[in-house]
Design a protein. Sequence first.
Length: 207
Amino acid sequence: MLHAVDISEEVLEIARAGLYSPVANNLVNSSIFDRITETELQGMFDPENGNLTVKPWLKEGIKWEVGDAADPRLLELLGEQDIVVANKFLCHMQPKNAEKCLRTLARLVKPGGYLFVSGVDVEVRTKVALDLGWNSILDLIHEMHDGDSSVRHDWPWRYWGLEPFDWKRKDWSVRYASVFQIGRRGPSVTPELSGGSSVQEVLGRFG
């Protein structure tokens, strides 16, 4: 069972239908397909009367639920999960609120499970990851961090801009990781000891 959570019922209705126009609508300032490659487009969508619809197999087994990612009661609603994906929304919060939200989301991950988190202030993510002892997954770390060139090029002019990957930083393996394995609470993991599993291995374990 996959749980898809958003704070907006309107957004959930659109997601349930899985039908999207290539033209910008009143919820966004540009087409949602602007940053998708042709290969990704063909792999995830089918054409339908000038629009694009999500392929049926991608919509199977999803439970759509209204919820606030910052609400501590979210664990009661969803229960612990093997994988939690929290991408592209924490960057819109003030650092204090983003940190609180990220700590709440981490509670949803079963011990030994995985958290995918990009689109977040790297200072916030690094602080929480070290405080809670998350293990960085290093496979494709540079490619994932630098993958969205449009966001990368916004740094440092926009608040959502992403700083360049800096291999010289001692904390690079935590600071720039987008995937973490979360275990039982314990001492912080040092960058030198983190990582090991590949992203493909992580996803493959849960089919």
